[in-house]
Design a protein around this ligand. Structure first.
Ligand code: CP
Ligand code: NVA
Length: 308
Protein backbone atom coordinates (compact mmCIF):
# COMPACT_ATOMS: atom_id res chain seq x y z
CA UNK A 1 0.00 0.00 0.00
CA UNK A 2 1.25 3.49 -0.82
CA UNK A 3 2.69 5.30 2.19
CA UNK A 4 1.32 8.62 3.48
CA UNK A 5 4.81 10.08 3.91
CA UNK A 6 8.20 10.16 2.23
CA UNK A 7 10.60 9.85 5.15
CA UNK A 8 13.02 7.39 3.61
CA UNK A 9 13.69 5.96 0.16
CA UNK A 10 12.40 2.70 1.66
CA UNK A 11 8.93 4.30 1.77
CA UNK A 12 8.86 3.86 -2.01
CA UNK A 13 8.53 0.61 -3.92
CA UNK A 14 10.57 -0.20 -7.02
CA UNK A 15 7.51 0.69 -9.14
CA UNK A 16 6.83 3.94 -7.28
CA UNK A 17 10.42 5.07 -7.81
CA UNK A 18 10.17 4.29 -11.53
CA UNK A 19 6.83 6.11 -11.75
CA UNK A 20 8.22 9.16 -9.94
CA UNK A 21 11.22 9.29 -12.28
CA UNK A 22 8.97 8.91 -15.32
CA UNK A 23 6.77 11.75 -14.08
CA UNK A 24 9.80 13.95 -13.36
CA UNK A 25 11.07 13.44 -16.93
CA UNK A 26 7.62 14.19 -18.32
CA UNK A 27 7.40 17.41 -16.28
CA UNK A 28 10.90 18.42 -17.38
CA UNK A 29 10.15 17.86 -21.07
CA UNK A 30 6.83 19.73 -21.00
CA UNK A 31 7.95 22.57 -18.70
CA UNK A 32 4.24 23.40 -18.43
CA UNK A 33 2.80 24.93 -15.26
CA UNK A 34 -0.22 23.07 -13.90
CA UNK A 35 -3.06 24.29 -11.74
CA UNK A 36 -3.57 21.10 -9.77
CA UNK A 37 -2.89 22.46 -6.29
CA UNK A 38 -4.96 25.67 -6.48
CA UNK A 39 -6.09 26.53 -2.96
CA UNK A 40 -3.61 24.09 -1.40
CA UNK A 41 -0.60 24.93 0.76
CA UNK A 42 2.69 23.20 1.46
CA UNK A 43 4.63 24.01 4.62
CA UNK A 44 8.39 23.97 4.07
CA UNK A 45 10.01 23.90 7.47
CA UNK A 46 13.72 24.27 8.13
CA UNK A 47 15.77 23.60 11.25
CA UNK A 48 18.99 24.11 9.26
CA UNK A 49 20.11 26.05 6.17
CA UNK A 50 19.04 25.21 2.63
CA UNK A 51 19.20 26.73 -0.84
CA UNK A 52 18.18 24.02 -3.34
CA UNK A 53 15.62 22.15 -1.24
CA UNK A 54 13.94 25.34 -0.03
CA UNK A 55 13.72 27.04 -3.41
CA UNK A 56 12.92 23.96 -5.51
CA UNK A 57 10.07 22.88 -3.23
CA UNK A 58 8.67 26.42 -3.12
CA UNK A 59 8.87 26.84 -6.90
CA UNK A 60 7.50 23.34 -7.48
CA UNK A 61 4.46 24.06 -5.31
CA UNK A 62 3.91 27.46 -6.96
CA UNK A 63 4.23 26.05 -10.49
CA UNK A 64 1.65 23.40 -9.59
CA UNK A 65 -0.80 26.15 -8.62
CA UNK A 66 -0.37 25.90 -4.83
CA UNK A 67 1.19 28.09 -2.16
CA UNK A 68 4.43 27.34 -0.34
CA UNK A 69 4.53 28.53 3.27
CA UNK A 70 8.07 29.09 4.57
CA UNK A 71 8.49 27.94 8.15
CA UNK A 72 11.72 28.58 10.04
CA UNK A 73 11.85 26.34 13.08
CA UNK A 74 13.64 28.95 15.17
CA UNK A 75 10.85 31.47 14.54
CA UNK A 76 8.16 28.97 15.52
CA UNK A 77 6.90 28.11 18.99
CA UNK A 78 8.70 24.76 18.86
CA UNK A 79 11.87 26.77 19.51
CA UNK A 80 10.26 27.72 22.85
CA UNK A 81 9.33 24.17 23.74
CA UNK A 82 6.01 23.52 21.97
CA UNK A 83 5.79 19.77 21.37
CA UNK A 84 6.00 18.05 18.00
CA UNK A 85 2.61 16.51 18.84
CA UNK A 86 0.88 19.91 19.22
CA UNK A 87 2.74 21.44 16.25
CA UNK A 88 1.77 18.48 14.03
CA UNK A 89 -1.90 18.62 15.05
CA UNK A 90 -2.09 22.36 14.36
CA UNK A 91 -0.16 22.38 11.06
CA UNK A 92 -2.38 19.53 9.81
CA UNK A 93 -5.39 21.86 10.21
CA UNK A 94 -3.89 24.48 7.85
CA UNK A 95 -1.67 22.72 5.36
CA UNK A 96 -2.03 20.00 2.72
CA UNK A 97 1.53 18.77 3.10
CA UNK A 98 4.63 19.45 5.18
CA UNK A 99 8.22 19.21 4.02
CA UNK A 100 10.70 19.21 6.89
CA UNK A 101 14.48 19.58 7.06
CA UNK A 102 15.37 18.43 10.54
CA UNK A 103 18.50 17.68 12.51
CA UNK A 104 17.21 14.42 13.97
CA UNK A 105 15.51 11.76 11.88
CA UNK A 106 13.51 10.71 14.96
CA UNK A 107 11.85 14.13 14.97
CA UNK A 108 10.55 13.71 11.44
CA UNK A 109 9.24 10.25 12.41
CA UNK A 110 7.41 11.92 15.28
CA UNK A 111 5.90 14.55 12.93
CA UNK A 112 4.83 11.75 10.60
CA UNK A 113 3.10 9.94 13.45
CA UNK A 114 1.01 12.93 14.50
CA UNK A 115 0.41 14.77 11.20
CA UNK A 116 -2.67 13.77 9.23
CA UNK A 117 -1.11 15.40 6.15
CA UNK A 118 1.81 13.96 4.12
CA UNK A 119 5.24 14.61 5.61
CA UNK A 120 8.20 14.78 3.23
CA UNK A 121 11.81 14.47 4.35
CA UNK A 122 13.80 17.43 3.03
CA UNK A 123 16.97 16.02 4.71
CA UNK A 124 17.70 14.66 8.15
CA UNK A 125 20.92 13.30 9.65
CA UNK A 126 19.84 9.91 8.27
CA UNK A 127 18.46 10.37 4.76
CA UNK A 128 17.87 12.80 1.90
CA UNK A 129 15.38 10.91 -0.30
CA UNK A 130 14.31 13.75 -2.63
CA UNK A 131 17.95 14.53 -3.45
CA UNK A 132 18.70 10.93 -4.35
CA UNK A 133 15.68 10.66 -6.68
CA UNK A 134 17.03 13.71 -8.55
CA UNK A 135 20.48 12.11 -8.66
CA UNK A 136 19.17 8.94 -10.28
CA UNK A 137 17.19 11.05 -12.74
CA UNK A 138 20.42 12.90 -13.57
CA UNK A 139 22.37 9.69 -14.16
CA UNK A 140 19.60 8.48 -16.48
CA UNK A 141 19.57 11.80 -18.33
CA UNK A 142 23.35 11.97 -18.75
CA UNK A 143 23.58 8.35 -19.83
CA UNK A 144 20.75 9.01 -22.24
CA UNK A 145 18.25 6.49 -21.00
CA UNK A 146 14.72 6.66 -19.59
CA UNK A 147 14.99 3.02 -18.58
CA UNK A 148 15.98 2.32 -14.97
CA UNK A 149 17.03 -1.23 -15.97
CA UNK A 150 19.81 0.26 -18.13
CA UNK A 151 21.35 1.76 -14.99
CA UNK A 152 22.28 -1.71 -13.76
CA UNK A 153 25.28 -1.68 -16.11
CA UNK A 154 26.60 1.60 -14.69
CA UNK A 155 29.20 1.47 -11.92
CA UNK A 156 28.32 4.13 -9.34
CA UNK A 157 30.94 5.08 -6.78
CA UNK A 158 30.18 7.27 -3.80
CA UNK A 159 33.32 8.51 -2.08
CA UNK A 160 33.46 10.41 1.20
CA UNK A 161 31.42 10.50 4.36
CA UNK A 162 28.81 7.76 4.80
CA UNK A 163 26.17 10.32 5.62
CA UNK A 164 22.51 10.96 4.76
CA UNK A 165 23.34 11.09 1.03
CA UNK A 166 25.21 7.79 1.14
CA UNK A 167 22.39 6.16 3.12
CA UNK A 168 19.72 7.21 0.61
CA UNK A 169 21.95 6.20 -2.31
CA UNK A 170 22.44 2.77 -0.76
CA UNK A 171 18.68 2.44 -0.25
CA UNK A 172 17.77 3.37 -3.83
CA UNK A 173 20.51 1.12 -5.21
CA UNK A 174 19.14 -1.77 -3.15
CA UNK A 175 15.58 -1.25 -4.40
CA UNK A 176 16.50 -0.66 -8.05
CA UNK A 177 19.25 -3.32 -8.17
CA UNK A 178 22.16 -0.97 -8.95
CA UNK A 179 25.92 -1.44 -8.79
CA UNK A 180 27.13 0.85 -5.98
CA UNK A 181 30.49 1.06 -4.24
CA UNK A 182 30.80 3.29 -1.17
CA UNK A 183 34.36 4.34 -0.32
CA UNK A 184 34.94 5.98 3.07
CA UNK A 185 37.71 6.04 5.67
CA UNK A 186 37.27 3.06 8.03
CA UNK A 187 36.21 5.30 10.93
CA UNK A 188 33.39 6.78 8.84
CA UNK A 189 32.07 3.71 7.07
CA UNK A 190 28.48 2.83 6.41
CA UNK A 191 26.74 1.64 9.56
CA UNK A 192 26.01 -2.07 9.79
CA UNK A 193 22.26 -1.63 10.09
CA UNK A 194 22.18 0.49 6.88
CA UNK A 195 24.06 -2.18 4.97
CA UNK A 196 22.03 -4.99 6.46
CA UNK A 197 18.75 -3.38 5.43
CA UNK A 198 20.03 -2.81 1.87
CA UNK A 199 21.44 -6.30 1.48
CA UNK A 200 18.00 -7.78 2.21
CA UNK A 201 16.95 -6.52 -1.24
CA UNK A 202 19.98 -7.87 -3.09
CA UNK A 203 18.80 -11.46 -3.73
CA UNK A 204 15.66 -10.13 -5.41
CA UNK A 205 16.95 -7.03 -7.21
CA UNK A 206 20.53 -8.28 -7.86
CA UNK A 207 21.87 -5.06 -6.35
CA UNK A 208 25.65 -5.06 -5.93
CA UNK A 209 26.47 -2.95 -2.89
CA UNK A 210 30.06 -2.83 -1.74
CA UNK A 211 31.61 -0.88 1.09
CA UNK A 212 35.35 -0.29 1.37
CA UNK A 213 38.00 2.17 2.50
CA UNK A 214 40.18 1.48 -0.55
CA UNK A 215 40.12 4.36 -3.06
CA UNK A 216 41.25 1.94 -5.80
CA UNK A 217 37.68 0.63 -5.75
CA UNK A 218 36.90 3.71 -7.89
CA UNK A 219 38.48 1.85 -10.80
CA UNK A 220 36.31 1.97 -13.96
CA UNK A 221 33.63 4.03 -12.24
CA UNK A 222 31.02 5.50 -14.58
CA UNK A 223 29.74 7.87 -11.89
CA UNK A 224 31.69 9.37 -9.01
CA UNK A 225 29.54 11.06 -6.39
CA UNK A 226 30.79 12.99 -3.40
CA UNK A 227 29.42 15.24 -0.66
CA UNK A 228 30.84 17.43 2.11
CA UNK A 229 33.05 15.76 4.69
CA UNK A 230 31.22 17.49 7.53
CA UNK A 231 27.45 17.51 7.27
CA UNK A 232 25.24 20.04 9.03
CA UNK A 233 25.05 19.13 12.71
CA UNK A 234 28.53 17.52 12.83
CA UNK A 235 30.56 20.75 12.90
CA UNK A 236 32.36 19.82 16.15
CA UNK A 237 34.19 17.04 14.20
CA UNK A 238 35.25 19.34 11.35
CA UNK A 239 38.99 19.51 12.11
CA UNK A 240 39.34 15.76 12.66
CA UNK A 241 37.31 14.95 9.57
CA UNK A 242 39.34 17.30 7.36
CA UNK A 243 42.49 15.33 8.18
CA UNK A 244 40.95 11.87 7.81
CA UNK A 245 39.18 12.52 4.52
CA UNK A 246 42.10 13.99 2.53
CA UNK A 247 42.86 10.68 0.70
CA UNK A 248 39.19 10.56 -0.33
CA UNK A 249 39.13 13.87 -2.22
CA UNK A 250 37.63 13.84 -5.72
CA UNK A 251 40.51 15.18 -7.79
CA UNK A 252 42.21 14.51 -11.12
CA UNK A 253 44.26 11.64 -9.63
CA UNK A 254 41.11 9.84 -8.50
CA UNK A 255 39.43 10.46 -11.86
CA UNK A 256 42.36 8.68 -13.59
CA UNK A 257 41.12 5.45 -12.01
CA UNK A 258 37.60 5.97 -13.36
CA UNK A 259 36.19 5.33 -16.82
CA UNK A 260 37.20 8.00 -19.34
CA UNK A 261 33.52 9.03 -19.68
CA UNK A 262 32.93 9.15 -15.93
CA UNK A 263 30.53 11.83 -14.72
CA UNK A 264 30.96 13.55 -11.36
CA UNK A 265 28.01 14.29 -9.09
CA UNK A 266 27.77 16.49 -6.01
CA UNK A 267 24.51 17.24 -4.22
CA UNK A 268 25.89 20.69 -3.29
CA UNK A 269 26.78 22.83 -1.43
CA UNK A 270 30.41 21.98 -2.32
CA UNK A 271 33.53 23.04 -0.48
CA UNK A 272 36.09 23.37 -3.26
CA UNK A 273 39.51 22.26 -2.05
CA UNK A 274 38.00 19.84 0.45
CA UNK A 275 35.90 16.95 -0.88
CA UNK A 276 36.35 18.11 -4.49
CA UNK A 277 38.92 20.25 -6.27
CA UNK A 278 37.97 23.40 -8.20
CA UNK A 279 39.17 21.99 -11.52
CA UNK A 280 36.92 18.94 -11.17
CA UNK A 281 33.96 21.14 -10.21
CA UNK A 282 34.57 23.26 -13.30
CA UNK A 283 35.04 20.32 -15.63
CA UNK A 284 31.93 18.55 -14.39
CA UNK A 285 29.64 21.49 -13.75
CA UNK A 286 27.14 20.33 -16.36
CA UNK A 287 26.34 17.13 -14.45
CA UNK A 288 26.42 18.86 -11.06
CA UNK A 289 24.11 21.71 -12.04
CA UNK A 290 21.79 19.36 -13.95
CA UNK A 291 21.54 17.44 -10.70
CA UNK A 292 20.49 20.64 -8.89
CA UNK A 293 18.06 21.50 -11.71
CA UNK A 294 16.43 18.09 -11.53
CA UNK A 295 15.50 18.69 -7.90
CA UNK A 296 12.66 20.88 -9.21
CA UNK A 297 11.10 18.17 -11.37
CA UNK A 298 11.52 15.50 -8.74
CA UNK A 299 9.92 17.73 -6.07
CA UNK A 300 6.96 18.26 -8.41
CA UNK A 301 6.63 14.52 -9.03
CA UNK A 302 6.88 13.88 -5.26
CA UNK A 303 4.22 16.50 -4.46
CA UNK A 304 1.87 15.12 -7.12
CA UNK A 305 2.36 11.62 -5.71
CA UNK A 306 1.87 12.43 -2.02
CA UNK A 307 -0.52 15.41 -1.83
CA UNK A 308 -4.07 14.38 -2.47
N1 CP B 1 21.49 19.49 -1.91
C1 CP B 1 20.72 20.17 -1.05
O1 CP B 1 19.82 19.62 -0.39
O2 CP B 1 21.00 21.49 -1.02
P1 CP B 1 20.46 22.52 0.05
O3 CP B 1 21.11 22.19 1.36
O4 CP B 1 20.88 23.85 -0.47
O5 CP B 1 18.96 22.39 0.14
N1 NVA C 1 25.35 15.74 3.80
C1 NVA C 1 25.05 17.13 3.67
C2 NVA C 1 24.07 17.34 2.57
C3 NVA C 1 23.68 18.76 2.31
C4 NVA C 1 22.67 18.88 1.23
C5 NVA C 1 24.51 17.66 4.99
O1 NVA C 1 23.70 16.96 5.62
O2 NVA C 1 24.89 18.75 5.40
Amino acid sequence: MAKKDLLSIYDLSNKEIKDLLKKAFELKSKKKHLDIFRGKSLGIMFEKPSTRTMVSFAVAMAQLGGTPIFLTAEKMQCSRGESIYDTSKVLSKYLNGLMIRAFKHEDILEFSKHCSIPVINGLTDYEHPCQILADIMTVMELFNTKNVEALKKIKIVYIGDSNNIANSLIAISAILGLDLTVISPSEYQVKNEILKQALQYAPKTKAEIKVTSDVNAAENADVIYTDVWTSMGFESEKVKRKKMFIPYQVNSELLKKASSKCIVLHCLPALRGEEVTSDIMEKHENSIFTQAENRLYVQKAVLLHFIK
